[in-house]
Structure formats: structure tokens, C-alpha cells
Design a protein. Structure first.
Length: 298
């Protein structure tokens, strides 16, 4: 569909800016550095956790605005690697250096921090289930999922290090299905694990290899409106799409810097309109696709 790489992709081009760029060149300060996680809120704003910036960048195409959160005060960020929002567009960010989840309002004003000292050791992926009042945080270093209430209190821990069902080896990202099931990218076990809302193991799929439906460096995970499971693989530079049982349906993407290609992609998100956002790390951009759904002949 399109890509987002800098402020220029969302803000309106004014005569003043055009003259300035003619004289001194484009301002590269708003260019994505190393985007890891991406999320779109209910207003269509694209939020990017950029580990090179150490901040969350917000691209608002509808209102032609660009902003940055986490620059100062109690909500200052160091290395954000996960971002999501709630129904009020409050923003939840995992900081893997500060080992906490930081919450902002829609405008980026600091609200609170979640995760007492020692609770989180390397938080990366994050997902919300507001109906259940739960925040799911992937702790890569602890090899588990920390389940918090909306105030940040730990109510449950899912998993431990290992290779058995329900165990993890450096998990990274997470997604919640419409059925409240929890989908976890168990990266160094090279598989997707699926749990019910209470953390009980349901099923898994995947394995290490170079064949179709296998993984080499799996990162991002998301689901579309029909329940298809999407997995980003940074080594394959593509996105693989599976059905509910883990059978490969399709894949898209390849190595390169042309439109639709990837260079070490990482996180992804699919919004309610089936727009697909993928962080293309070394191309320093967000690639946006759309799942059309239904009968492809239509």
C-alpha cells in the first residue's frame, strides 16, 4: 500500500519547507532509525517503537502530524521494544533497559509506570485484553509471560525456560485473538505457542529450518480479522501466513529495498480493518499492506 519512513510521509508540504529543503536539504532528524515494534491506534495513528531513537514515534497521516513520546520527565524512554494502546488510546510501552511498562495518555503525557523493580528483566512484546483487565508482557530474559492487571500488579506468570509444551526459549512478541487466545512467538524454540486466556497450553506449530512453514529468526506475530496467523521472519525477510492449525497458506516479501521488500523485518501489527504494518528495520521504514479477505476473485 505505502511506506512510512519519516515525518515527510505524513506532514503537508508547505512552501516554506520546500524552500528550506532546496537550500539546506531535507531534515533527517525525523527519519526512522531502527524500528522494532509497530502499532496503529483507533484513530489510525501509527506508533513505532524505535530502538535507535530510544523513543516512540507517532505518525498521524489523517491529521498530517508527527510527534515523539518518551523524551523527558517520569516517562522518559531508553530502549522501547513494544507498544500498544487501549480503547481510550492510552499508550503502553515496554522499555527493555528500564525493565518496566510505561503508560501515557493519547497526547503522550506520562500517566504511570508498571512493573516493580525485579519483576521484569527484559520486557519486549506487549498485548492488552481490556475485557479481562489484563496486560500480557513477554519477558525475554525470564523466558515467560508476565500477566498484570491494569494497575500493574502481577496476577499470573505463564511458562519458564525449556522446550516442552508451555515452556519458552527467548520469547519475543505476542498477540491476542478474538477468542481471547494468547499467541506467543517462542523465538529460539522456533515455534508459535497458543494458550487460552488463563495461560493453559492449547497447541503449537513451527520448527527450525529453511522449508516452507518453518522458521529461522521469527519475530513479529499478528492475527487478521479471519483468524489467520502472521509471522515475520527476519532471516527469510518475509511474512508467513498460517491457518488456525498452523498450516502454511501464503507468504510475502523478499530481501531488498524496493517497495514491498524487507531487510531484517521485526515486529508487526494488524488493525481492525486488516491493514498490515511491518517494521522493516534496516530499510528504516514501516511497510503497510492490506488483507482483502473473502473470495479473492471479488
Amino acid at each position: 500500500m505505502y511506506t512510512i519512513s519519516s515525518e515527510d510521509d505524513v506532514t503537508e508540504e508547505t512552501l516554506t519547507r520546500k524552500l528550506k529543503e532546496t537550500v539546506i536539504g531535507k531534515d533527517v532528524t525525523s527519519q526512522l532509525g531502527k524500528p522494532y515494534a509497530v502499532h496503529a491506534d483507533r484513530d489510525g495513528r501509527i506508533l513505532v517503537a524505535d530502538s535507535a531513537w530510544g523513543k516512540v514515534l507517532i505518525f498521524d497521516k489523517k491529521n498530517h502530524k508527527f510527534s515523539v513520546i518518551g523524551e523527558e520527565g517520569g516517562g522518559v524512554l531508553s530502549k522501547p521494544l513494544g507498544v500498544t494502546t487501549d480503547s481510550a488510546n492510552n499508550i503502553y510501552v515496554t522499555d527493555t533497559v528500564q525493565n518496566r511498562v510505561i503508560v501515557y495518555d493519547k497526547a503522550g503525557k506520562f500517566i504511570k509506570a508498571m512493573g516493580k523493580e525485579g519483576v521484569l528483566e527484559q520486557p519486549v512484546g506487549i498485548a492488552l485484553n481490556e475485557a479481562l483487565g489484563r496486560v500480557y508482557v513477554v519477558d525475554t530474559k525470564k523466558h515467560n509471560i508476565q500477566v498484570m492487571d491494569m494497575d500493574g500488579n502481577i496476577v499470573k506468570t505463564i511458562g519458564q525456560r525449556g522446550t516442552a509444551d508451555g515452556e519458552f526459549n527467548f520469547p519475543t512478541n505476542i498477540a491476542i485473538g478474538k477468542d481471547n487466545a494468547v499467541y506467543v512467538m517462542d523465538s529460539f524454540n522456533f515455534r508459535v505457542q497458543i494458550f487460552d486466556k488463563d495461560g493453559n497450553f492449547l497447541r503449537k506449530f513451527g520448527g527450525v529450518g529453511t522449508g516452507l512453514g518453518m522458521f529461522s529468526k521469527p519475530k513479529g506475530i499478528a492475527l487478521d480479522s479471519e483468524g489467520h496467523i502472521y509471522v515475520v521472519d527476519a532471516a527469510f525477510n518475509n511474512v508467513q501466513i498460517f491457518d488456525r492449525e498452523g498450516r502454511l497458506l501464503l507468504f510475502f516479501g523478499e530481501m531488498g529495498n524496493k517497495p514491498g521488500q524487507f531487510w531484517l523485518p521485526a515486529g508487526m501489527y494488524i488493525d481492525e480493518e486488516d491493514n498490515i504494518y511491518v517494521t522493516d528495520q534496516y530499510n528504516k521504514r514501516i511497510n503497510v499492506y492490506k488483507y482483502l479477505g473473502g473470495d479473492i476473485t471479488q
